[in-house]
Design a protein around this ligand. Structure first.
Ligand SMILES: [Zn+2]
Length: 314
């Protein structure tokens, strides 16, 4: 049994930590993503930071738009490190350890399976809600990768024909409505057309965040409630399609936006009833991941390298 270095590369923050095989954090730190201009710079930074913090036998990295087959980040819409970034090559060279790179949403699904509430589940999905929207899926007890390792891009499934412009080049993607910027844009639109007062008007538009909007909704602010309801409805629409097609027992929500826990869950559940096939109503459920507060991205990356090293040993 050994320790692992887990790295969770997000659009806003990069978290990393030294974690034991059973999921206990021995050391943890993070850095804003915008401070790192290249993946090489990140590898140098983490190398120096963890140097005296403990030993580890392998490195797991979760990142957006990772193709697990090539171990590269490919065309990540929310990152500026180049079109194709050979993360595995860069970190292997710097650390001289076995490295495994996995799509951040697949890492979240692995984390849920190893350390979360999905231990006994064979058919579930984990949706990550943050700067972008991703998804990892377990079907018949297998992580679903797809032919090119790109399965699960629910954030870029289109929920509105001719809808909002997305960073991927298409229009109307789920992400443009329920990820960080999407929620803020909905609030701005509703504020522009609302005749009543809203406490959101007291916040300069450039400082609006999903956290502020959910906070205002908890205070019964009518505009904020409309925004949160709309997020719940859009999510329920996509989740119901997933459940109807795949017969999932649970969809877990994780990532920054899901820190809004019960309020978000209630709104999704309210609309889900209307979309879901009636015979799935009491068979499929939505849960907020209990790993959310414990840095599930890092745990997922650790689960990925842990299982990869085990496969290599057998
Ligand atoms: Zn898109």
């Amino acid at each position: 049994m050994g320790n692992y270095l887990g790295i969770d590369i997000g659009g806003t923050n990069i978290g990393f930590g030294i974690v034991s095989e059973n999921g206990a954090f021995l050391y943890e730190n993070s850095i804003p993503t915008e401070n790192m201009k290249t993946a090489e710079e990140l590898a140098d930074y983490i190398f120096e930071d963890v140097k005296k913090k403990g030993e580890f036998i392998g490195i797991g990295i979760g990142a957006p738009s990772v193709n697990q087959n090539t171990q590269c980040i490919e065309f990540a819409p929310n990152m500026n490190w180049g079109d194709v970034v050979d993360l595995n090559g860069i970190f292997t060279k710097k650390f001289n350890r076995t490295v495994f790179v996995i799509n951040d949403a697949n890492a979240a699904a692995l984390g849920e399976k190893f350390y979360g509430e999905a231990k006994e589940m064979s058919n579930f999905a984990v949706i990550t809600l943050g700067t972008g929207v991703g998804m990892g899926m377990y079907i018949n007890d297998q992580l679903v990768l797809g032919k090119n390792g790109l399965a699960g891009e629910i954030g870029h499934s289109i929920i509105q024909r001719e809808g909002r412009e997305c960073k991927c080049g298409n229009h109307g993607c789920l992400e443009t409505y329920v990820a960080k910027d999407g929620i803020v844009n909905t609030a701005k639109e509703k504020l522009e057309f609302s005749s009543g007062s809203s406490i959101l008007n007291l916040i300069p538009p450039s400082d609006l965040t999903p956290t502020e909007i959910f906070k205002a909704a908890r205070k019964e602010d009518p505009v904020a409630l409309e925004v949160v309801d709309s997020v719940g409805k859009d999510l329920a629409f996509s989740i119901s399609n997933l459940m109807n097609i795949l017969d999932l027992e649970c969809v877990f929500l994780t990532g920054g936006i899901s820190n809004n826990g019960n309020l978000l869950k209630r709104k999704v559940e309210k609309h889900l009833k209307g979309y879901l096939l009636p015979n799935l109503h009491d068979k499929s459920q939505v849960r907020i991941s209990i790993l959310n507060q414990q840095n599930s991205g890092i745990l997922g990356a650790v689960a990925a390298i842990n299982s990869q090293l085990k496969i290599a040993l057998t």
